[in-house]
Design a protein around this ligand. Structure first.
Ligand code: KIV
Length: 373
């Protein structure tokens, strides 16, 4: 059996600076609204447009190799987060939101579905702007955000927290939230948990792992109006039962088992199914047999769509190199390099400069303050 390396992967510090100046948005760059008053924190309504003439200073110019910016004028200070911060969705061109029927239509038309995992509003905004169709708040957050060995310690509250954050960054993408380990072992347990992800988290659907065994839970959720994405093949919540993260569905009996799982998930009412870690021929066969879209990870090109863990495909975990993964960027190396240059400049006293500092015009008029007793 092929073992897929799912060791804990270094997460990224989510710590963001809380202040930024404002200046006009450079041509061709998304603008960020002025944050003169704090938002209520309500999730954006679909189709909500928040374009504004101002942009947070320094985000683009701080990039490696970009020229130093001109000194900004003092003005309202943008705060991170919420409706006015840089995490707010920045629509480029209006596109119809992706919902459950959209995905069915895409399957019928043969239009491939792009999906990634996501865990916060800042990345969600970028993912949405890039035109990704489906965003999953996966319990892989246990690995990549929390640094856990497996997804088993992830709680419903963890997924709920990240789902709310991602929801605030999305305008178009279809948002799916994972039901974590032991939160759906029977319909009575699954219903209130799934309902929380939808009602409190703003998810459009939930995902759960399992085939034939999970069918009664899928049916109960679907009967209550909760769209369910299935997940079969390599199911990380069963890591101990599988004896590791191993490719599934090899050999006649195993192939039949996975095929039965796929049909059971569809018959129970799931609107889509993730096929993880199975041979590409089996995935293609399942895709041809099912009427619901299949979304593959480590399942070859013959699926209706593909999903990758965001941090992995962006190269944030350079040590994680399973066969199925393609890195579309090297943000791990870029992040380390940026932080090292920042540390050097702080040490050398070359950051901040006058251009990054505030002035007080009254100081030129008024006598200097006496020492406060
Ligand atoms: O939790 C997760 O990220 C997932 C995807 C890999 C499909 O389930």
């Amino acid at each position: 059996m092929t073992e897929i390396d799912h060791r804990p992967r270094a997460g990224v510090s989510g710590q963001l600076s809380s202040l930024a100046d404002l200046r006009p948005a450079p041509v061709g760059q998304p603008s960020v609204p002025t944050m003169t008053s704090l938002p209520t924190g309500a999730p954006p309504a679909s189709g909500d447009s928040r374009a504004s003439p101002a942009s947070v200073d320094g985000r683009a110019s701080a990039a490696h190799g970009q020229p130093e910016r001109a000194a900004p004028t003092d003005g309202p200070i943008a705060l991170y987060g919420g409706a006015g911060g840089p995490a707010a969705p920045q629509p480029t061109k209006p596109r119809k939101p992706v919902r459950v029927p959209t995905l069915s239509r895409m399957k019928r038309k043969g239009t491939r579905i792009s999906a990634v995992t996501c865990y916060d509003a800042t990345f969600a905004r970028l993912v949405d702007e890039a035109g990704i169709d489906v965003v999953l708040v996966g319990d892989s957050l246990g690995n990549v955000v929390q640094g856990q060995e497996s997804t088993l310690p992830v709680t419903l509250d963890d997924v709920l927290y990240h789902t709310r954050a991602v929801r605030r960054g999305l305008l178009r993408a279809h948002l799916v939230a994972d039901l974590p380990f032991m939160t759906y072992y029977n319909p009575a347990v699954a219903l209130p948990n799934a309902a929380r992800l939808m009602a409190e988290g703003g998810a459009h659907a939930v995902k759960l792992e399992g085939g034939v065994d999970a069918a009664p839970v899928i049916s109960a959720l679907v009967a209550s109006g909760i769209p369910v994405m299935g997940h079969i093949g390599l199911t990380p919540q069963s890591v101990h039962a599988m004896g590791g993260h191993r490719v599934q569905g090899r050999g006649h009996a195993e192939r039949e088992r996975i095929l039965r799982d796929a049909h059971a998930v569809q018959a129970a009412g799931a609107y889509a199914v993730v096929l993880e870690g199975i041979p590409s021929r089996l995935a293609a066969e399942i895709t041809a047999e099912l009427t619901i879209p299949t979304i593959g990870i480590g399942a070859g090109v013959g699926c209706d769509g593909q999903i990758l863990v965001l941090y992995d495909m962006l190269g944030l975990n350079p040590g994680f190199t399973p066969k199925f993964l393609k890195r579309f960027a090297e943000l791990g190396a870029a992040t380390r390099d940026a932080l090292a240059r920042y540390a050097d400049e702080v040490q050398a006293g070359t950051f901040p400069t006058e251009a990054h500092s505030y002035s007080d015009p009254t100081l030129e008029r008024d006598p200097p303050l006496k020492a406060v007793p």
